[in-house]
Design a protein around this ligand. Structure first.
Ligand code: ADP
Length: 195
């Protein structure tokens, strides 16, 4: 399942969990692999210096973002360290899931090789103006910041063309669980037709 920032992925994922479906969040993967005690955090602090850690031992994400934003080589170093670890964490979570199907929730499904991990794709879709409005209201962030994140993601029409299914999330929240239940039944049918 994919969708740009503010499209409603987390909200839709929660509705699927209510139906007993396991969801795996790629954003959570990128936080998990750098938790204290994980080997990646030791490597990161050895590479960038202990200042990259906060007093409580957690990664100072803002400081790291600052470094890699202005230095493509460091960005590359970090990505080559984290990418395989994130992929491994995701594969483990997907493999361990005990529901009829599993949802991989990723804002960058089509932009990365994560799409290779899934059998079918669902786009949580809203018009860009609504995406910006909801993301700004949720995070209390300026429009420009949300816009720059949107600009770094694939354009809406390309995602719409690539997705196997589209869940229209411009409709009111009150109708979401019903629409998710319909999609859930379709996905169950899909499993039965392919197995
Ligand atoms: P994402 O995970 O894709 O970034 P979220 O699920 O956090 O998006 O949704 C962004 C914001 O929009 C949240 O505040 C959420 O409560 C709200 N939202 C999600 N779906 C709807 C909807 N159908 N109607 C109104 N608000 C919604």
């Amino acid at each position: 399942m994919t969708g740009g920032i503010g499209s409603g992925k987390s909200t839709v994922a929660e509705a699927f969990r209510q139906l007993g479906i396991v969801t795996v969040d790629t954003d959570q993967a990128s936080r998990k692999v750098v938790e204290p005690g994980m080997p990646a955090l030791t490597e990161i602090s050895a590479h960038f210096g202990a200042d990259i850690l906060q007093a409580d031992g957690n990664l100072d994400r803002a400081a790291l973002r600052q470094i890699i934003f202005s230095d493509p080589q460091q960005k590359q170093w970090l990505e080559s360290l984290l990418h395989p670890l994130i992929r491994k964490w995701i594969a483990q979570q997907l493999g361990a899931a005990q529901s009829p199907y599993v949802i991989l929730e990723s804002p960058l499904l089509f932009e990365t090789d994560q799409v290779q991990l899934v059998d079918t794709t669902v786009l949580v879709d809203v018009p860009v103006e609504l995406q910006i409005k909801r993301a700004c209201a949720r995070d209390n962030n300026p429009v420009e910041q949300i816009q720059s994140i949107i600009d770094a993601q694939l354009p809406r029409d390309i995602k719409r063309a690539r997705a196997d299914r589209i869940l229209d999330n411009s409709l009111p929240l009150e109708t979401l669980s019903e629409r998710v239940a319909t999609l859930h039944r379709e996905l169950l049918k899909l499993i039965h037709s392919t197995n």
